[in-house]
Design a protein around this ligand. Structure first.
Ligand SMILES: [Zn+2]
Length: 317
């Protein structure tokens, strides 16, 4: 095994079947300067070898803690031997992977796999990493619109949320050419919403490319804004939104092909997942992407009731 851990899915499954390997892989990433008690922050902790846990020297509740405490894995009865291959699978599946597939692959129920995947998507939410600059494309698209196939009551619930024409949700994004994307579910394609997204994520003075939607009018003062009117042409020299089109096609392949029915309520989680893979696509292999996600598991919690909200049921995707 290479020093930085398993390099393939097969190696990961074998490696993480051993509890000590799971513990070590996570511990060196979350506690690079030594183990810290998640409850009180003390570094006076001792390792209980037989239990694979630590114990804080201070006397307080939860003084014994496992490597899962304070991460997306906290309170899960499932072992890291299932969790870590799950992280590997979703992080490296170009078009996403359904809870049915993960359930079968790991020997858990579809419902359990659905919950696991959403917790991993939370770890896909990274730090912003600063504003985009250089040549930036902005665009928006509609997602969904399969409401007609759903049962009446479910249908009524699903189409209440954010939507554009025919019950579709709207996603807007900005993309730095050759760089990163920032995508967001928005309520309306109004000037206010779209321009706020641009100002939040794009460095003033950058070259900005959009289609001829009126909502983008008025950005010229802050950006070098050039418009491609899709009624006339899709490309005019370097004036185009082909980078965004590429991201939309990846996103839609996942959402329409793999996940099939995504509630608007959960759409941002699928965006986080796809944006993570897109933003970590250059000069990276599966092990590198897995490593990055495993550095983003701390300080994030998602309980089942938070995930499904009141009166909602787990969806099949
Ligand atoms: Zn403590």
């Amino acid at each position: 095994m290479e020093a930085n851990g398993p390099q393939t899915l097969q190696e990961a499954i074998l490696y993480f079947a051993i509890p000590e390997n799971c513990l070590n892989y996570i511990a060196v990433r979350r506690w690079a300067d030594g183990v810290v008690c998640p409850t009180c922050g003390s570094t006076k902790v001792s390792f209980l070898k037989n239990q694979l846990r630590w114990q804080c020297s201070a006397h307080h509740a939860k003084r014994q803690f496992s490597v899962k405490v304070g991460t997306i894995f906290e309170d899960s009865p499932l072992g890291l031997d299932k969790w870590l291959p799950c992280v590997w699978l979703i992080t490296n599946a170009k078009n996403g992977i359904s809870s049915y597939e993960v359930g079968r692959a790991l020997g858990v129920t579809q419902k359990t796999a659905w919950f696991m995947l959403h917790r991993v998507r939370l770890a896909h939410q990274g730090k912003d990493g600063g504003k985009l600059s250089g040549e930036v494309e902005v665009d928006e698209t509609f997602i969904g619109g399969k409401a007609r196939n759903m049962h009446g009551e479910v249908k009524a619930r699903k189409i209440q949320g954010r939507r554009g024409p025919e019950g579709k949700a709207i996603v807007a994004a900005v993309l730095e050419r050759g760089g990163k994307v920032r995508a967001k579910v928005i309520d309306r394609r109004k000037k206010k919403d779209l321009q706020a997204l641009v100002r939040e994520h794009v460095e003033p003075g950058s070259a900005l490319y959009s289609d001829a939607l009126k909502s983008y009018e008025g950005l010229d003062g802050e950006f070098i804004h050039q418009v491609i009117d899709h009624a006339v042409a899709y490309v005019d020299g370097n004036v185009h939104t082909n980078g965004m089109e590429n991201f939309w096609s990846l996103l839609k392949r996942g959402i329409n092909g793999t996940y099939v029915s995504v509630e608007p309520y959960h759409l941002f989680r699928y965006l986080d997942e796809q944006a993570f893979r897109f933003n970590n696509r250059v000069d990276m292999n599966d092990a590198d992407r897995f490593d990055i996600v495993m550095r983003q598991i701390v300080g994030k919690r998602l309980t089942y009731s938070e995930l499904i909200g009141s009166g909602r049921v787990a969806s099949a995707s």
